[in-house]
Design a protein around this ligand. Structure first.
Ligand SMILES: [Zn+2]
Length: 503
């Protein structure tokens, strides 16, 4: 398995073979984490143990326990490729029908611990998994039931499990063993204090600088009329095939696996959880000249609103202008490049390679705080984590079908907003998914929605969006008529309709 998994072999293989390997799932057959977790039960519910940090095996045991307590609404899967040290990149899904996508039900994801020594997100997602299970099944929480029934929620507590283990081992080997009886106690009482050990993956590469640099592509495209503004797939494939990121590092197995996951799923909204400051960061993370400056995406007002939906629901984030006594933020939010430019980040990759809108959430000044602080951190973040998931339901959603009620996949949804009496194009289209379903996150306002697909006549609808709290998006369906390019296809279409009629 080692040779097949090794980055070199994987990277040297032609891209289609790599995709076949990826799709086959053969790299995920290694067993990992089949351990007995000594969790305590409180009645039927999972008792949340948030005074301790959890290593990889404990993390997987918690997910397994949650699944066993709530099998009807959960499903666990691994991404096809494992980390460099062959730890699974494991996901738990919550929904009323967790194993598959349901038409019109939006997909959401949280990814924690991408930087291995930034661990609060990892523990919060374990808490969140236990909380969703308890509230849905045992505490009859109507809001959570509605959220879970109408959203498909993917939680990946750790994208960099190797980095976590490296951070913990480094702390133990340097100072921990002189001061504590065991690693668990060290992590509970002190956490780790090294700012960089375990940040990168096991090959020493920073995963949040290792995604294909699509910002570069979009900045180039922005100079062209009628440029492409979404799903930069071909560019992504080319980038991954040619082999190195914008820092000249080889693409890592964790990055490749997550990149394909993003591109193959129909995620609508996402957050990527980090530590080191306390702020909600939104696109773009880079600017055209790679300098520190405000770098708005076409969805800038929406991204600001999304970031505030987290910062204002968090008990501290929006309240302190200088939360870590270093950088200054207003309302607990920041544009990425206005803070500091990052190239090869995951957040902008989501926006430019898929339909997914992603934020980067910095969840505290300490990267690996003492485990005994985790209960307080959960209290600070709980409402914000829930509220942010509800944002998946902003704006509009609907079905795009042809005249025969067949779904149209990969139709383009273009949005124009009425601003001061003029229609302003939001230069970022989304596309319809396999079932012809689409989602378009929008702020309150008046919009013209234009749906296009080659071979069909373009359709346009006007909608007023008034987002409510904790409710599903407004439904706006489209039927596209096929284009009659000549008399023959016209007659064929008439015949097709006649044959469908019952006399
Ligand atoms: Zn980070």
């Amino acid at each position: 398995m080692r040779t097949l998994c090794s980055m070199r072999t994987f990277r040297e293989a032609p891209v289609m073979i790599r995709l076949a390997i990826f799709k086959s799932g053969i790299l995920s057959k290694l067993d990992y984490g089949s351990v007995v977790y000594d969790s305590k039960w409180h009645g039927d519910q999972v008792e949340i143990d948030n005074g301790n940090h959890h290593n990889t095996k404990e993390m997987f045991s918690i997910l397994q326990n949650v699944h066993e307590r709530c099998p009807e609404i959960t499903y666990i899967y691994d991404l096809p490729l494992k980390s460099v040290q062959e730890r699974p990149l494991r996901v738990i899904v919550f929904s009323d029908n967790p194993t598959e996508h349901e038409p019109l039900e939006p997909e959401f994801k949280y990814i924690g611990n991408m930087h291995g020594n930034e661990v609060v997100g990892r523990e919060l997602l374990l808490n969140l998994a236990e909380y969703l299970c308890n509230e849905y099944k045992f505490n009859n929480n109507e809001n959570i039931k509605k959220l879970v029934d109408n959203t498909r929620i993917h939680l990946m507590p750790s994208m960099n499990p190797d980095g976590w283990e490296i951070a913990a081992a480094n702390a133990w080997n340097t100072t921990g063993q002189q001061n504590f009886p065991d690693i668990k106690t060290m992590l509970k009482e002190e956490g780790t204090t090294d700012w960089t050990a375990g940040r990168a993956n096991a090959n020493g590469i920073d995963l949040n600088r290792n995604f294909p640099n699509l910002d570069e592509v979009i900045y180039e495209y922005n100079h062209l009329a009628n440029h492409r503004n979404n799903h930069l797939n071909i560019e992504t494939f080319i980038a991954l095939t040619t082999g190195s990121d914008c820092h000249d590092n080889p693409y890592q197995i964790e990055t490749v696996t997550v990149a394909f996951w993003i591109m193959q799923s129909s995620f609508v909204l996402s957050a990527n959880l980090h530590n080191g400051d306390l702020v909600a960061n939104y696109p773009y993370d880079d600017s055209e000249l790679h300098v520190k400056t405000y770098s708005p995406s076409p969805d800038d007002p929406l991204f600001q609103q999304l970031a505030e939906s987290y910062s204002y629901s968090h008990s501290k984030m929006a309240k302190s202008a200088k939360p870590c006594a270093t950088d200054l933020f207003q309302d607990g939010i920041t544009n990425g490049a206005n803070w500091y430019p990052v190239c090869g980040g995951m957040q902008d990759f989501n926006y430019l390679a898929s339909n997914c809108f992603e934020l980067t959430l910095e969840l505290g000044c300490r990267k690996f705080p003492p485990g005994k602080h985790l209960a307080g951190l959960w209290d600070d973040n709980k409402d914000a984590l829930i509220n942010f998931m509800w944002q998946t339901h902003l704006g509009i959603k609907g079905l795009i079908n042809d005249e025969d009620n067949e779904p149209i996949y990969n139709a383009t949804i273009k949005v124009f907003q009425l601003v001061n009496g003029h229609w302003k194009y939001i230069d970022h289209d989304v596309t319809s998914a396999k079932n012809g379903d689409y989602w378009r996150l929008l702020t309150d306002g008046s919009y013209a929605i234009l749906v296009k697909k080659s071979g069909y006549e373009t359709s346009i609808k006007y909608v007023d969006v008034q987002n409510g709290k904790d409710v599903e998006a407004q439904r706006v369906d489209f039927t596209l008529n096929s284009q009659m390019s000549n008399k023959r296809s016209h007659i064929q279409a008439l015949l097709k309709r006649l044959m469908k009629k019952n006399y």
